[in-house]
Design a binder for this molecule. Structure first.
Ligand code: HEC
Length: 246
């Protein structure tokens, strides 16, 4: 029993240690799957900025069109660059081998990344790029140090410099702690607009990770509606039956 408790405690503690490794709190993505307009904007960003390197191979264009209320011809004309068949999955424009040669790591498929990493992590990641001349891509990421991905949204966000403070622990070791971002170069969008744009994108990726959620939400409302009506009927019926007993 004691070893079991110790194991559970240790497991919980290691989890905690990993979660707080960088000592950074994640930003809150505040995604809203009910917001169709946001999902549509997110889809547009995804096909414009991400599918050149990443795929979402478990998602088909016509499914996106149907779920997000985008007419198929609009989808075909504006949102499809890697194929011209709406029944095709969202595959990547480049070959994975090329990705590996260019970046050292093949850009992973993003179908379920919102589930593996979490929406808040994704949102933080897209807001966490900063200039770092020591990196091949010219940028580093606060939430994914050493990431091989370039800051593909830099024109929108601009470029940021990260200011770190040096902290000394009680045993004399020093380490760098993130303090704040400074603008190195402004982008097309201001901070609020960029955050909204990345929120839309994360919203879309959460949807891609589990498209059935949208169906489930709609079904959930109907089920609750049914239960409410059923409750009233059952209550009236009960009153009717018990009238004679009293
Ligand atoms: C120029 C190619 C390129 C483009 C365009 C690109 N990425 Fe990446 N991305 C990469 C590479 C390479 C990696 C692998 C990074 C690593 O593991 O060091 C990556 C990794 C990621 C990861 C981390 C996945 C994980 O769990 O490890 C996420 C999330 C991501 N990209 C999201 C996006 C989004 C969202 C877009 C569109 C805005 C995008 N990427 C556009 C190249 C790209």
């Amino acid at each position: 029993m004691r070893t079991l408790l110790a194991t559970i405690f240790l497991a919980a503690f290691t989890q905690f240690a990993v979660a707080s490794e960088s000592g950074l709190k994640l930003m809150n993505a505040k995604v809203d799957l009910h917001d169709k307009a946001s999902l549509q904007r997110g889809a547009k960003m995804f096909v414009n900025y991400c599918v050149s390197c990443h795929s979402a191979q478990y998602m088909r264009y016509n499914r996106v069109a149907a779920d997000l209320g985008i007419p198929e011809d609009v989808m075909k004309a504006n949102l499809m660059f890697t194929t011209d068949k709406v029944g095709e999955p969202m595959t990547v424009a480049m070959r994975p081998e090329d990705g590996e040669t260019w970046f050292g790591v093949a850009p992973p498929d993003l179908s379920v990344v919102a589930r593996s990493r979490g929406a808040d992590w994704l949102y933080s990641y897209l807001n966490g790029f900063y200039v770092d001349a020591t990196r091949a891509s010219g940028v580093n990421n606060l939430y994914f140090p050493g990431a091989a991905m370039p800051h593909v949204l830099w024109e929108l966000q601009g470029l940021k410099r990260a200011v770190f403070a040096t902290e000394t622990t009680h045993d004399g070791a020093t380490h760098q702690v993130f303090e704040r971002f400074e603008t190195a170069r402004p982008g097309v969008l201001n901070e609020v607009e960029y955050q909204r744009a990345t929120r839309d994108l994360v919203n879309f990726m959460v949807y891609v990770g589990e498209p059935a959620k949208l169906v489930r939400y709609a079904l959930g409302i109907k089920v609750i509606g049914f239960l409410c009506i059923f409750f009233i009927a059952a209550y009236l019926l009960k009153r009717e039956y018990w009238k004679d007993v009293h």
